[in-house]
Write a new protein. Structure first.
Length: 616
């Protein structure tokens, strides 16, 4: 389903939901039931067919021999269904809190839960995110038996007041289906569950599930989208009944602008130190705990709020825009004044500093290797830039050198310093569309409309520039309430995305009915691959072909076929992983190992002239 069709369907369904809300909820539940019914019918069918062959093997073994060529089909079918149903929902990551560690927080959670009449959270997690959320994890996959998680980000708790955090917790309990909105809450989380199930079934459920969910998925997403958005408003109202409209509105404002503040005051300066410091010796979460409530010192907080209010509710996200949520609450948008300590200090007490220290230690450990590698890379880049600057002072640079100089200047210094270099590169090499895009990008990012023609020019000549260029232009125009001018960029993004999805689809599967061509590798690359293939154990022959594709043929869709020795059992997964590593193959290249189900594919593809590239 294309984006235009999805939006049109959601708009029609929104009108239906407003006209008949009760009936509409039943329709969504019926659609979800259809999905579950299909899954279990497939399971019953698989088990029934397997049972029939088991009975045949017990009663008439000789008949089973006559059916030897097809006996593997029900076994394969049963395995495919059972494998698809074995969906593991990993628990969310975070620091598990025990009630004895934070009695005040757990008492507050229980008080809010009781007043909201929501289900109890089984676990409370503290994370490093500027966010709060609830998650229901089905412990039995499609069978349900959910486990409720309440997830609170320490950076967010460090920013909010106790009343504001109370409003946030009440909102999250509203998502769990509080009070009279339990059915809507179930549908809200059923939507999350189905999104995960569809992803799992599409990856490993076989053709039976892929085809069904290719139809079912978009329709269930559209039907449940309407309720998911209405559930956001319902959760806000549930929060208002407990905490009051004022704290709810304040919490919404801080949730929308606080992350930008923390990025600019903590994270950007922190990562800038990587140029000069070999080790990450800072403690960002301790700083966030101390500075989170310093709203009066936030640079241009009112400007951030004004920008947040310019965002409009669209069909890309179930969350309504800040302006619409405040309007529904009857609240005026304003940056709240700071009064008293943060919710982290009040509800966690001394534990807040312990948690911040734990997060800092985890962060330093996780980014340590990346930090050191990036620091070394920057040292090399700085030396390269100095060499290019020295060379440019004496003689003209080549096109590649001139482009590298501009890119390194932006990476090591800033975009404004690099802009004249990009402009000079474009003037010297008019066909350099990458410089055209860079000029347009920098101009738009600093709010200069002169960047639009440059983005348009780059999008016309470079397909890879369409999506990022359209996103930049669309954001620039919509932030200035120029929606009509922004729509062509949205359409361009959608058209390009649809093409990319079609390209992905035709590269996702290789069958005997596809057309295959010569690989066209140059002699040097082919010799290098053949030399590395000698290190593969158990491999008798290797073929390499290209699939004839309709979309983006300039990006070949390669298929490698591997056949082991006839006298040796082959572990296909191990061999594919080993071949990808030792032959240094890109993830986009598909590998198939010979087995009975792929005879037709091997027979067709291996007939291509020059397909065989290795024989032991």
């Amino acid at each position: 389903m294309t984006e235009e069709k999805f939006i049109a369907l959601v708009e029609r369904l929104s009108l239906r939901a407003k006209a008949h809300p009760g009936l509409y909820r039943l329709e969504v539940l019926a659609l979800a039931a259809l999905g579950y019914l299909y899954i279990f019918m497939m399971l019953i069918a698989a088990l029934a067919v397997s049972a029939v062959f088991i009975v045949i093997s017990l009663l008439k073994p000789i008949l089973l021999l006559k059916l030897a060529k097809i006996v593997w089909l029900p076994i394969w079918f049963s395995w495919s269904v059972l494998r698809a149903l074995w969906v593991r929902f990993d628990p969310p990551k975070g620091r598990l809190l025990q009630p004895r560690e934070a009695p005040q927080l757990f008492a507050e959670i229980e008080r809010v839960r009781a007043e909201i009449r929501g289900p109890k959270p089984h676990k409370v997690l503290i994370t490093d995110d500027y966010n709060a959320a609830v998650m229901q994890r089905p412990r039995l996959g499609p069978l349900g038996w959910s486990e409720n998680y309440l997830i609170l980000g320490l950076p967010l708790m460090s920013t909010l007041s106790p009343d504001q955090l109370r409003a946030v917790i009440a909102h999250e309990f509203g998502h769990l289906g509080a009070g009279d909105s339990r059915m809507t809450g179930r549908i809200y989380h059923m939507r999350q569950t189905w999104a995960r199930l569809q992803q799992e079934f599409a990856q490993r459920g076989g053709v039976f599930f892929r085809r069904f969910f290719a139809w079912f998925g978009p329709y269930f997403n559209a039907y449940s989208f309407v309720l998911a958005r209405s559930q956001e408003y319902a959760a806000d109202q549930a929060s208002t009944r407990l905490a009051g409209a004022g704290p709810v509105g304040e919490a919404l404002v801080l949730a929308n602008i606080g992350n930008d503040y923390q990025n600019e005051t903590i994270w950007r300066p922190l990562w800038a130190r990587i140029k000069h410091e070999e080790q990450p010796g800072v403690q960002p979460y301790a700083q966030l705990l101390q500075l989170g409530r310093a709203i009066s010192e936030w640079g241009d907080a009112d400007g951030r709020l004004e920008k947040a209010l310019q965002r409009k509710t669209d069909w890309a996200d179930t969350h309504p825009a800040l302006k619409d949520r405040l309007t529904a609450l009857g609240q005026t948008a304003r940056v709240p004044a700071v009064q008293g300590p943060s919710a982290a200090v009040v509800f966690l007490g001394p534990l807040a500093e312990i948690l911040a220290r734990e997060l800092d230690e985890t962060w330093q450990r996780d980014v340590g290797v990346q930090w050191r590698e990036r620091h070394q890379q920057l040292q090399v880049q700085q030396e390269t830039l100095r060499a290019l600057e020295a060379k440019a002072a004496e003689a003209p640079l080549t096109r590649a050198e001139d482009w590298q100089r501009a890119e390194l200047t932006e990476a090591l210094q800033d975009a404004e310093t690099a802009l004249p270099l990009y402009e000079a590169h474009r003037a010297q090499f008019p066909e350099a569309f990458e410089a055209t895009y860079a000029v347009g990008r920098i101009l738009l990012q600093r709010g200069d409309e002169a960047g639009l023609p440059f983005i348009d020019a780059a999008m016309r000549v470079d397909g890879a520039a369409i999506k990022p260029g359209a996103e930049l232009a669309f954001r620039y125009l919509t932030e200035r309430n120029r929606d009509d001018e922004a729509q062509p960029y949205r359409a361009a993004w959608t058209a390009r995305n649809d093409l990319e999805l079609l390209a992905q689809a035709e590269r996702a599967h290789f069958t005997a009915s596809d057309n295959y061509l010569e690989h066209q590798l140059d002699a040097e690359a082919l010799a290098r691959m053949q030399e590395r293939a000698r290190g593969l154990k158990g491999v008798a022959r290797i073929w390499l072909v290209r699939k004839k594709v309709q979309h983006f043929p300039e990006h070949p869709a390669y298929l490698m076929l591997i056949k082991g020795h006839w006298y040796q059992w082959t572990n296909a997964k191990r061999l594919i992983a080993e071949a990808r590593t030792k032959l240094e193959l890109a993830d986009t290249l598909t590998i198939a190992v010979y087995q009975s189900g792929l005879k037709s594919l091997f027979k067709r593809a291996t007939k291509v002239r020059g397909a065989e590239i290795y024989r032991a």
